[in-house]
Design a protein around this ligand. Structure first.
Ligand SMILES: C[S@@+](CC[C@H](N)C(=O)[O-])C[C@H]1O[C@@H](n2cnc3c(N)ncnc32)[C@H](O)[C@@H]1O
Length: 438
């Protein structure tokens, strides 16, 4: 896509997110009612018409979620936001945006990485052995990512040594070392993962070397990590970690960069630090809590897991109402994670446990039935607030991705934003690929 198109897309998604901030930039468990119900009455009516099970299933499918809530949202836009209505309507398609796959050879994504037809059975066996200890979905991601960074499939790429950032056990780097026969350096800070990864590389006699180091360490000018003649890659390095890679690669004028970002909220600062000129000029200010929104897509859960989740939220919120009254402080008090077994007892036992954790003495005359009911009602409310916020999760991720894309363009890179595998393999399936042009 030409540079201007990404900038136009950024402006559109930025405007959409700004206009509808009241619907998504909020902390559901702090609310006592739908905070936007007066401005969006049709939407409020719609979410209360949905039963809890419907909400759970809609939440898993962005397209269905948008299709279900959009008619009510449009009614509200026409009524209350009509000066901007036309422009807003055109932006609403961004709620269900999907990225292009842009595979030069779409079939290659499904293929095993070694494309030779000869000795196919042997190769398949060898790959099965090669990937034996990697979980199915992870392996699918790795194969798809490796295909996208292979110059044999992507003619716009040249064969370059690889730097794999935040490599874990370096499975991706190892597959690339095997398929491309290039040198791979894998950076990872957990010594145990480095040792295991190095062991696999040695076993397979592959040119992969681990550097066991902190990605945030000050760089030694004598031994630069990032080079111009290099392809820097990163699969699912969290928040600041992939941003660090982008900054280092840009400074080193690294020829090719391929990243799939994740966990945008894992940042050192309290608020998101935009990278591009466009995002720096945006009115949006994103807290860590806001940055979790793109990750809030329920994965397929069994009815039992759903029940457990609902009960847990309900009890936590019931205890929250209780502790606010007991402490006389109207503020949330974080309670540690609970084990499933803790929810087999009674709500009263749960409250006693939570109070112990927080060294809170509970008076003897507490009406636990009342707090249990309050928790249940607050759980139903937060579910509806979250559902509406989730309408915007994809748009917010698009905003964050485009910030990275526009930044790289500003730094003289030709950039493509695509998906490297299906959403069902991982919802974090976006890939930013940048090639230095000047
Ligand atoms: C989500 S995992 C991704 C691993 C691998 N790229 C993959 O997709 O399987 C992130 C990795 O980053 C590593 N990591 C976290 N903080 C780091 C740091 N400061 N320096 C180097 N590695 C770090 C973690 O140990 C972990 O292995």
């Amino acid at each position: 896509m030409p540079a201007t198109d990404y900038q136009l897309s950024f402006n559109a998604v930025d405007s959409l997110l700004n206009t509808f901030k009241p619907l998504w930039q909020l902390v559901a468990f702090e609310c006592e009612h739908l905070p936007w119900q007066h401005k969006f009455p049709h939407l409020a009516q719609k979410v209360w018409q949905l039963d809890d099970a419907e909400i759970d299933s809609l939440d898993m499918d962005q397209l269905q979620l948008v299709e279900t809530l959009l008619p009510s949202l449009i009614c509200d836009i026409k009524k209350h936001l009509h000066p901007q209505a036309e422009e807003l309507m055109s932006q609403l398609s961004l709620l269900a945006i999907t990225l292009p796959t842009h595979s030069i050879n779409p079939e290659s994504i499904q293929q095993t990485p070694d494309r030779s037809q000869k000795n196919n059975n042997d190769k398949t066996k060898e790959l099965a052995h090669f990937s034996a200890h990697i979980k199915g979905r992870k392996w699918q991601q790795i194969v798809a990512f490796a295909n996208k960074v292979d110059p044999q499939n992507q003619p716009n790429l040249t064969l370059l040594p690889i730097l794999e950032w935040c490599a874990g056990k370096g499975h991706l780097g190892r597959l690339i070392a095997k398929t491309q026969r290039v040198d791979v350096i894998s950076l990872e800070w957990q010594a145990r993962l480095c040792e295991q990864g190095q062991g696999f590389a040695t076993q397979w006699q592959l040119p992969q070397t681990f550097i066991c180091a902190d990605a945030f360490m000050p760089l030694d000018p004598e031994k630069p990590l990032l080079l111009t003649q290099q392809h820097a890659i990163s699969l699912h390095a969290c928040g600041d970690l992939h941003v660090r890679l982008l900054n280092l690669a840009v400074s080193a004028k690294t020829q090719a960069i391929s990243i799939s970002p994740c966990c945008y909220h894992l940042i050192q600062q309290s608020h998101y630090q935009p990278l591009s000129i466009a995002a720096k000029a945006s009115e949006l200010s994103l807290s860590r809590h806001d940055l979790q929104l793109p990750l809030q897509q329920s994965i397929i859960a069994t009815p039992k897991q759903q029940k457990f989740r609902n009960q847990q939220v309900s009890w936590r919120l019931g205890f929250d109402s209780l502790q606010r009254n007991v402490r006389g402080i109207n503020a949330y008090l974080p309670v540690p994670t609970v084990k499933q077994s803790q929810l087999n007892g009674s709500f009263t036992e749960f409250c006693q446990w939570a109070a112990d954790q927080k060294e809170l003495v509970l008076p003897s005359d507490i009406d636990f039935t009342d707090y249990s009911q309050r928790g249940f009602e607050r759980q139903r409310l937060t579910k509806r607030i979250d559902l509406v916020a989730h309408l915007f999760r994809r748009a917010l991720e698009y905003w964050l991705l485009l910030d990275r894309v526009c930044f790289l363009q500003e730094q003289g890179y030709q950039v493509a934003l695509t998906e490297f595998c299906a959403n069902s393999v991982t919802p974090r399936n976006a890939m930013i690929q940048a090639i230095k042009t000047n």
